[in-house]
Design a protein around this ligand. Sequence first.
Ligand code: FES
Length: 118
Amino acid sequence: MTGTAGARPAPPTPFELVARLADVPEGGLLGVVKQDGDRVCLVNLGGTIYAVSNTCTHQEFPMSDGVLLPDGCLECAWHGAMFDCRTGAVKRFPATEPLPVYEVMVEGEDIYVGRRTS
Ligand code: FES
């Protein structure tokens, strides 16, 4: 036996550790900053973690200061724009551009964010 059984594989790059699950309780939002400076909003919708840009596409308010609705809409606290936290799609004016979305990986209690996918 070559001795790797039970070892946790290191996550493939470019994923980076940004938070712990305990930091984002169900229904919660958390703003984090990636090493490249991208501001990301982590979202816990029903126990699944999603990651979108933390910058509202309307006037750049932090999305992590907003509210997550039970249907997965993320409401900006400043002027009330809404986005789907899973896809970034605009759900309500005044925003007209979708939120960028990022890859997410959860390993144990650790939350990793990867590349921007949209
Ligand atoms: S800054 Fe988000 S709705 Fe205006």
